[in-house]
Design a protein around this ligand. Structure first.
Ligand code: PRX
Length: 658
């Protein structure tokens, strides 16, 4: 071993937390699981699928015609029945499915599995009355309230694929998603609570569908009581329609490959992709990973995924995984600082949360707020912590383990994507040792590797591209309406392997470290945003001639959006009108995409650095945005441009995200 390798092995070794014997003794996963899944991974997944209730058994576990997979071929099941009815039938109707906590203090509801069944059946009957049939798409644009889960499950029950659009997206983004999947019904709310105020949602729906004659019904939950515009022929209150329905609804089983939902996510082009997930395989992976990665004991655990249902993390680990396992979850509507910066710790203490799953951005925010806040609360109910959405830096990992987990809770860093449907790379608590910053190892039955440019696996100690080497149950089945784009995006870079878009390295022990995206996708606070999407939003403003967007590293949010913009003619003029234009452009992006995509900083520049063939050199702009020395500029058509931008950058403060 070279001195370097020895040193790095030593460093890794000292920062390694072996599983505690106490945890291991009671853990759901036992060490033989890796061996068992390694010997016959299809048998492993079949055993896992058998934990669900199937109305008709499958004939084959997997049919693989690369890059198209079918799992549990010929099997029939109903997702809503698996998530709700069967727990009631098993005598667990009184168990709480959700401790729901609204943002305004004291605004809370506990919903048992029996109550959830009642609500889902009523909502399924209501959707049927609105003319929703199996196969029809339903758009859901909601705050974090129980009706959001009810709406999703009602769709699943009917076999009507839902597309949940995050409430932070603009009407324009909502409109594009509704058009892309041709949704005819939208479920929304008057608004929701966020950062201490009632924000509106219904106006964005009205705007989005103003010209979409095919959208025939809008079902509206009253959450805040604020005034809303109303179109009598189209809009209907949830309480008027759903409450009067029967709480009985006979559920039809659906084919294992029947579409369950479409979730839009950003890629490297301006148009978001509708990622399609289907029924049997998706539910199997969501349930299995939830049970084993979070070591779920449904009788005693209180599980909390602190994410929004509008993202895949919410789909798999607030809704489908936890419910399939009959788990009690906390669901919280608001921001971490609503009602005090210790709001989360109040919730953990009062609800006796045992497993907490969140994103590194939030952990880093808590670090900034100080360790006194969690220290003032009894967090002894916690026994396991999870992280997801972006690379977690070792400092944040250690802080989380010490200050939230009291040094006793295993921390599982879980890597996955909207496309994978469920967790793919993760330690298993009680079995796998953990290392701060490493997602460690593929989940049993999952094939993942790090390869070089030629698609050859790298040796331990090497870095390269993360690929998935075998089809997996929760894998996307395609991009809605665009088969070719599916092939191109994921399966064309390396022969026979799924290319995730992430860089990764293997350490000396072969454990995996995720390094972030290597394409033009940014990760801002765990949200995936495409540079091209923001650029095209910017150039759609009449004053903008050209725009280049980069993700610059940010101590809290992981990456921040920095835009370099050239304007038409002399629109910017004096500094004051320049500032006005910058403010206008930030709002313009918020309108086109949503507030999450509003650039942290916009620099108005007379020109952009381009190669002699006219290609914008984003790499240099990233150096500028991250205040690094500029590398090789000799390939530029005009090297003075980038030096000038660099100078300008040094003098313009960045705008804090509001
Ligand atoms: O870059 C990886 C990063 O988030 C991307 C997927 O984003 P999205 O589809 O929005 O799903 C987020 C929640 C599953 C990945 O390509 N990512 C996710 N988890 C991790 C991560 N990067 C490093 N470590 C993780 N644990």
């Amino acid at each position: 071993m070279s001195v370097d390798a020895e040193l790095s092995a030593l460093l890794t070794e000292t920062r390694r937390f072996p599983p505690s014997p106490d945890f291991s003794a009671k853990a759901n996963a036992q060490p033989e699981i890796y061996q068992r899944a390694g010997v016959d991974r299809l048998a492993f997944w079949a055993d896992e699928a058998s934990r669900l209730d199937w109305a008709q058994p499958w004939e084959a576990v997997l049919e693989w015609k690369p890059p198209f997979a079918k799992w549990f071929v010929g099997g029939m099941l109903n997702v809503a029945v698996n998530c709700v009815d069967r727990h009631v039938a098993a005598g667990n109707g009184d168990r709480i499915a959700y401790h729901w906590i609204g943002e305004p203090e004291g605004d809370e509801r506990d919903i048992s599995y029996a109550a959830l069944k009642d609500l889902v059946c009523r909502a399924a009957n209501a959707l049927t009355e609105l003319g929703v049939h199996k196969g029809d798409r339903v758009a859901i644009y909601m705050p974090m309230i129980p009706e959001t889960v009810v709406a999703m499950l009602a769709c699943a029950r009917l076999g009507a694929p839902h597309t949940v659009v995050f409430g932070g997206f603009s009407s324009e983004a909502l409109k594009n998603r509704i058009i892309d999947c041709d949704a005819r019904v939208v479920i929304t709310a008057d608004g929701g609570y966020r950062r201490g105020t009632a924000m509106a949602l219904k106006p964005a729906v009205d705007e989005a569908i103003a010209e979409l004659a095919d959208v025939r019904s809008v079902l509206v939950v009253r959450r805040t009581g604020q005034d809303v515009g109303w179109t009598d022929t189209r809009d209907i209150w949830w309480h008027d329609l759903v409450d009067r329905q029967s709480p009985e609804h006979p559920a039809e089983p659906h084919d294992s490959e029947h579409p369950l939902y479409v979730m839009y996510t950003s890629g490297t082009t301006a148009k978001p992709k509708g990622i399609l997930h289907t029924t049997g395989g998706y539910l199997t992976q969501a349930a299995t990973t939830h049970r084993l990665v979070f070591d779920i004991k449904p009788e005693s655990d209180v599980f909390w995924t602190a994410a929004d249902i509008g993202w895949v993390t919410g789909h798999s680990y607030i809704v489908y995984g936890p419910l399939a396992n009959g788990t009690t979850s906390v669901m919280y509507e608001g921001t971490p600082d609503a009602g005090g910066r210790d709001r989360w710790w109040q919730i953990v203490e009062r609800q006796k949360v045992s497993v907490l799953y969140t994103a590194p951005t939030t952990i880093r925010t808590f670090m900034k707020w100080g360790e006194d806040l969690p220290a003032a609360h009894d967090l002894s109910s916690l026994r396991l912590l999870g992280s997801v959405g972006e690379p977690i830096n070792p400092e944040a990992w250690m802080w989380y383990r010490k200050n939230i987990g009291g040094g006793r809770c295993p921390v599982v860093d879980t890597w996955w994507q909207t496309e994978t449907g469920g967790i793919m790379i993760t330690p298993l608590p009680g079995i796998t040792a953990t290392k701060p910053g490493s997602a460690m190892t593929p989940f049993p039955g999952i094939g993942a590797d790090v390869v070089d440019n030629a698609g050859e696996p790298v040796a331990n100690g090497g870095g390269g591209y993360l690929v998935l080497t075998e089809p997996w149950p929760g894998m996307l089945r395609g991009i809605w309406g665009d088969e070719e784009r599916y092939r191109q995006t994921y399966w064309s870079r390396f022969d026979g392997m799924y290319f995730a878009g992430d860089g990764a390295k293997k350490d000396e022990n072969g454990d995996l470290w995720l390094l972030g995206r290597i394409d033009d996708v940014m990760n801002v606070s765990g949200h995936r945003i495409s540079t091209t999407e923001v650029e095209s939003a910017l150039v759609s403003h009449p004053a903008v001639a050209e725009a280049a967007v980069v993700g610059a590293s940010d101590a809290t949010t992981g990456q921040g959006i920095v835009a370099f913009v050239t304007v038409k003619g002399n629109v910017a003029g004096d500094p004051e009108s320049g500032e006005r234009l910058i403010a206008e452009l930030r709002e313009h992006v918020a309108t086109e995409i949503g507030k999450i995509a509003r650039p942290r900083q916009i620099l108005l520049t007379p020109d952009l650095p381009k190669t002699r063939s006219g290609k914008i050199m984003r790499r240099l702009l990233r150096d500028v945005a991250e205040h690094r020395d500029l590398g090789d500029v000799t390939t530029l058509a005009d090297p003075t441009v980038v030096n000038m931008i660099d100078e300008q950058m040094k003098h313009q403060p960045s705008t804090e995200e509001s």
